[in-house]
Design a protein around this ligand. Structure first.
Ligand code: NCD
Length: 358
């Protein structure tokens, strides 16, 4: 059962992510997160519950009566979207998810327009938001900030849940949820996700979506993960460490064509050059073999899919866009449904929506 008030920040920050999980759960004990900070908070049962709820919300929202019912569910709540890093999809899909549930929203999209510009600390800014809002959805370039804020808020007079919408190079748990939802939907009538082979390609070193999704995939049986990247951008040791610990099959390589032939999903990512330590650092890396084009498409299995968290640059050729196996557009829309499911669950409305008459 979750309670961050019974542990000091120093003790909490020293725990492993798995050990942190119970402190972040809803106090009601239904297993759902209160603060959503990293992928390690989700086991298979929880993933399946969220995907079932997302399906339910998607269905209810189809009729006007259903959509109006949903709009009333959280009409008494307000959420703050605090994005101090660029975002299109994650911002808009959280906003749309709030709108589906009737939540009123406020937003800061640029620290330069908030009092942080006057020198206010993140801590003070977030306490300010919690004075006016019932949830904070935040994206930050700073790894660990969402976690610190969650602890601070839980130990303040106005504890409100934090939802991590991307923390530095570290984690992007709701992106991983929508990726899992996309995989579950894509393979729903084709035997499910167990036993599949998933290839990650691109900047695996600095892509936070890769770290979060790689972990969530360990909840499925016999899923093999293949990591295809230039040496300088290969998957970091901590991700591999988890796979080893869990006995997950994996391969590290640089041949996208070979990986495509044996994959059920190819998850492309862009070069994350905003993290370059010196100007033009990434541009010096030869990334030409890490792009998905017509040749790769021809090698892809007929039931396999291409995924991408987006935004894309040139790592997926435009000629792939109209292929039925290109799943990145649907993946993007899935984000709205799974985020609505997560937000409803954080506020304790999972059962009410599941059991409603629509
Ligand atoms: C990703 C991110 O911000 O980490 N984008 C997203 O949220 N869909 C991936 C990226 O920026 O490359």
């Amino acid at each position: 059962m979750g309670d961050l008030t019974i542990i000091s920040w120093d003790d909490f920050s020293r725990l492993t992510l798995t050990e942190k999980r119970p402190y972040l759960a809803r106090p009601e004990g239904d297993g759902m997160p209160y603060h959503t900070l990293f992928a390690q908070q989700f086991d298979r049962e929880l993933l399946e519950r969220l995907c079932t709820l997302a399906n339910r919300i998607r269905f209810i929202n189809k009729s006007k009566e259903g959509a109006l019912y949903l709009k009333n569910v959280l009409a008494h709540k307000r959420a703050m979207l605090y994005f101090s890093q660029p975002s299109s999809r994650t911002f808009l899909s959280h906003l749309a998810a709030c709108q589906i549930l009737g939540i009123t929203t406020g937003s800061v999209r640029d620290a330069a327009t908030s009092s942080e510009f006057k020198g206010e600390s993140h801590e003070d800014s977030i306490r300010t938001f919690s004075s006016y809002f019932d949830m904070i959805i935040m994206r930050s370039p700073e790894q660990g900030l969402a976690e610190k804020m969650a602890w601070e808020l839980s130990n303040s007079e106005r504890p409100v849940p934090i939802l991590n919408a991307g923390s530095g190079k570290d984690q992007h748990p709701t992106q991983a949820l929508l990726d899992i939802y996309t995989l579950l939907r894509s393979f729903e009538t084709k035997g499910g996700v167990d036993g599949r082979t998933i290839t990650f390609c691109g900047d695996l070193l600095r892509g936070r979506t890769v770290r979060s999704l790689s972990y969530l995939l360990t909840n499925f049986r016999d899923v093999k993960q293949i990591f295809v990247a230039p040496d300088a951008l290969q998957v970091p040791d901590d991700v591999i460490g988890i796979l080893k610990e869990k006995g997950v099959k994996y391969e590290i390589g640089s041949d996208l064509k070979a990986a495509t032939r044996v994959s059920d999903a190819v998850y492309m990512t862009r070069i994350q050059d905003e993290w370059d330590r010196s100007k033009g650092e990434s541009a010096k890396i030869d990334t030409s073999r890490f792009k998905f084009g017509a040749e790769e498409l021809a090698l892809l299995g007929k039931d396999a899919i291409i995924m991408h968290p987006l935004p894309r640059r040139d790592e997926i050729a435009l000629c792939c866009d109209h292929d039925p196996r290109a799943m990145y557009w649907r993946q993007m829309r899935n984000g709205m449904w799974i985020r609505a499911a997560l937000i409803a669950s954080v506020f304790g409305f999972e059962r009410k929506i599941m059991d409603c008459g629509y």
